[in-house]
Design a protein around this ligand. Structure first.
Ligand code: NAD
Length: 331
């Protein structure tokens, strides 16, 4: 039976993976993340199954190739943690899980938007202290606001549909336009500059790659309206976080709702409640009164976990049996 090293296994996904596997493959469940220090744990395995927090950069892939690993599957849509070019050079095919549940991530983005615009976190804190006054909880409607969506793939498209329902004016930027969004939800494609200049709310749904790294930077913040709301459930690296903190402090960004952070590796998905954390930028973000941060769990719904598990096992099956795989990534 083919053995697969499943790195960074979490309690929340075990049941789904084991059910989807149905004893087809021997799954070696490893709590440690993949890194140069843990490659050896995959000895004797046909392939590795990764999580977003794993490190499959060039040196790690070189070592996986030496261990005889024949394929990589990632239990995620994003694949910025894998050097797919080096994997291709080593003849190690890589597959991912596209669109396992775009609604899960879109709904989390909307949850951040609503929680911020209606001060739900502050309200909850006050009510728990039996303080039922509301003077400091004046919010804003989403209806009539101009929302800029950057990246109108599977998740961005669901955002357009939901925000159209709220009565928002939707602007969008993508390197490939989706005409049906224009037709169905009155989405207006425009330049990135116009998104920055005209939006009251900006929501990020593009992948992290060399062209999107720090897409939001000092310059982008300098041309935005004052007091905008920024939502990022895509990847932390899309934003220059230092520039974001400046924009929060000078009032350009009135509210920031994030599920990801550019240096989250090694911090998110771990419990530091006893020893605390030392990253000064993350600390400043967490402690900012207008920031609502969640720890990369926009994907974490039962529906999404089932879909991720089924597609991952399907990807392994394709590689093991030599069938062509529609989810195989092209370098
Ligand atoms: P997708 O591939 O369907 O859509 C991505 C869109 O971004 C595409 O339309 C693409 O053309 C566009 N794009 C690419 N480069 C761009 C650029 N330079 N500028 C603007 N647009 C660009 O992917 P998706 O399923 O919608 O997911 C989007 C991202 O969300 C993923 O790459 C992943 O990083 C992130 N994600 C986060 C979570 C989470 O739990 N927080 C879960 C799933 C996905």
């Amino acid at each position: 039976m083919n053995r697969i090293a499943v790195y960074s296994i979490h309690a929340f996904e075990k049941e789904f993976l084991l059910n989807a596997n149905n004893s087809q493959f021997e799954l070696l469940l490893i709590e440690e993340g993949l890194s140069v220090n843990t490659v050896a744990l995959s000895k004797g395995c046909a392939g590795v199954a990764l999580f977003t927090s794993d490190d499959a950069s060039a040196p790690v892939i070189e070592l996986l190739a030496k261990e005889g690993i024949r394929f990589i599957v990632t239990r995620s849509t994003g694949y910025d943690h894998i050097d797919i070019n080096v994997a291709a050079q080593k003849n190690i095919p890589v597959a991912y899980v596209p669109g396992y549940s775009p609604n899960a991530i879109a709904e989390h983005s909307i949850a951040l938007m609503l929680a911020l615009s209606r001060h739900l976190i502050q309200s909850d804190k006050k009510v728990k202290q039996y303080n039922f006054t509301i003077d400091d909880l004046v919010g804003t409607n989403l209806q009539g606001k101009t929302v800029g969506i950057i990246g109108t793939g599977q998740i961005g498209a669901v955002m357009c549909k939901i925000l159209d329902g709220f009565g928002c004016n939707i602007l969008a930027y993508d390197i490939e336009q989706n005409g049906s969004l224009r037709y169905n939800y009155n989405v207006k494609y425009c330049s990135l500059e116009d998104i920055f200049r005209l939006s009251d709310i900006i929501s990020l749904h593009a992948p992290l790659n060399h062209s999107t790294k720090h897409l939001l930077n000092e310059h982008s913040f300098s041309i935005m309206k004052k007091n905008i709301m920024l939502i990022n459930t895509a990847r932390g690296g899309l934003i220059d976080t230092k520039a974001l903190l400046d924009a929060l402090n000078n009032g350009t960004v009135g509210y920031f709702g994030g599920d990801v952070y550019e240096n989250e590796k090694g911090i998110f998905f771990h419990n530091y409640s006893s020893e605390g954390i030392s990253d000064p930028i993350l600390l400043a973000l967490i402690n900012h009164r207008n920031v609502l941060l969640t720890s990369h769990h926009a994907f974490l719904t039962r529906e999404a976990l089932q879909s991720i598990a089924e597609t991952t096992i399907g990807n392994i099956h394709c590689f093991v049996s030599g069938q062509s795989n529609p989810n195989q990534l092209k370098p």
